[in-house]
Design a protein around this ligand. Sequence first.
Ligand SMILES: Cc1cc2nc3c(=O)[nH]c(=O)nc-3n(C[C@H](O)[C@H](O)[C@H](O)COP(=O)(O)OP(=O)(O)OC[C@H]3O[C@@H](n4cnc5c(N)ncnc54)[C@H](O)[C@@H]3O)c2cc1C
Ligand code: SF4
Length: 545
Amino acid sequence: MGEEQLQRERMEYDVVIVGAGPSGLAAAIRLKQLAAAADRELGVCVVEKGSEVGAHILSGAVFEPRALQELIPDWRKKGTPLATPAAEDRFLLLTATRALRLPTPPQMANHGNYIISLGNLCRWLAQQAEELGVEIYPGFAAAEVLYDASGRVQGVATGDMGIGRDGQPTDRYQPGVELLAKETLFAEGCRGSLTKLLMQRFRLGDGIDPQTYAIGIKELWEVAPDQHRPGLVVHTIGWPLDTATYGGSFLYHLENRQVAVGFVIGLDYRNPFLNPFEEFQRFKTHPAIRLFFEAGRRVAYGARALNEGGFQSIPRLDFPGGALIGDTAGFVNVPKIKGSHTAMKSGMVAAETIFRRLSGSPEAGVRRALEESWVWEELRRVRNIRPSFRWGLWAGLAYSALDTYVLRGRAPWTFHHHADHLQLARASEARRIDYPRPDGKISFDRLSSVFISNTNHEEDQPPHLRLREPEKAIAVNYRLYDSPEQRYCPAGVYEIVQQAGTGEPYLQINAQNCVHCKTCDIKDPEQNIDWVVPEGGGGPNYPNM
Ligand SMILES: Cc1cc2nc3c(=O)[nH]c(=O)nc-3n(C[C@H](O)[C@H](O)[C@H](O)COP(=O)(O)OP(=O)(O)OC[C@H]3O[C@@H](n4cnc5c(N)ncnc54)[C@H](O)[C@@H]3O)c2cc1C
Ligand code: SF4
């Protein structure tokens, strides 16, 4: 242990939760409810790497209130930011010039749901948690898992502040804090950086399918009054993607003339020349879509990866001293395009389970308890839909109809997943894609987009995007795949530039632009990029994404 680590302050709790998203906050609230009902003191702490709760939350979002209803039955009386009930669903197949209306699949019917900003819901959940006595520390990134001598997880340490680019303490130096707990819940969201270490150490993924992912890129617009239909939910498939690439768009009309528009692309895409950001910009120029935005104003931008593995990819959730909850374990229902309700429910079930563990039933398991909850049945029934799209859009649609309407989720088979990073074709075998230039009105470039994500990182700090073997950036990524990170990063962090003098290419990493979407950690063909937490508080500052 280094000298500065010895100086770290220690704080002790019963439960520490990493991440103030819907899963972490639901777990914190449930724990305090259970403690109050049992008339027990229970110290619960939540750490959040965003500068405030909600700053790093990006979702669609159409929200299914089932878990919220179970957690806070009188939520309607408590000023919840669920202001816009979903009123109408449209499901469109786009060609380059036309939009054909398809029947809305039952999973995508949103009657009873709400169109929300998930960031604002998290801010509200945080208030409810604090009123129950939960301590929430935004601006603190959990950088290290702490283990006791027996190898049991005993909490996390937040990252040191004020370490310079050279790894040496600067005059801003402040050591991290050790947050010790009897139980630690990891609620880091999709592709958690500490979860990745726990998965390896405790082999939580043995015997299951690999997790698979998509990248979701989103903008928030203020549209002209005559284009605003509060409660309208539009999903599209088809153009501008080819039929081999899984993905589509969402367009949700919220309150106050706001429209959330986004594009999701499965990270099993094959063509290294595909640029998810440009596909999204091109999508907005479709004649059936652009009319929503023509007299509008773009107000926010961001991106985040989401899980697509579903049922087959749920890892073992328990390890000595804690458990995984929410998207870091992967509970997104892909055909529904929803994960917040399952994330919240997994947090609640985990809270109930570890409360039992803390009350003298050490054998209680989070995974076992979740297997008995509605989350399990919900994900089990739709498990074959996403993997069926590996045969392309038409086969996927046909199989999904069969699975939904005829088999009703009871097929006696289970399709399997392949890891996304293994799917890229070599550049020499792939078609180059020409994207139109942005018009600055409906379509934009990446840098002006990142600007409105309000992303900020302390510049003098060690890189938080680490190449395990730096030479592979050119020897493998550039030579074999034409450096796909130049294109899949929605923030333009990775750039191939020519060295002055020699003209040799090298990879420049503009880490200060990173919006923490985690795509590079997932899609790099050699798994050579490690995303680790930067200094707490760094990253995007989403107002209401
Ligand atoms: C584009 C897009 C559209 C979506 N649309 C919908 C939708 O319409 N409806 C729906 O229900 N779901 C939707 N989802 C999915 C939904 O957003 C997720 O399922 C949900 O946010 C998962 O909640 P979570 O608590 O597990 O993780 P998150 O919401 O990701 O929250 C994790 C939190 O942990 C923090 N954190 C992570 N690591 C650390 C660390 N080491 N230290 C401290 N803090 C940390 C993060 O900053 C973040 O605040 C969408 C997702 C995306 C990306
Ligand atoms: S550097 Fe990686 S995590 Fe950051 S925005 Fe780009 S792809 Fe996402």
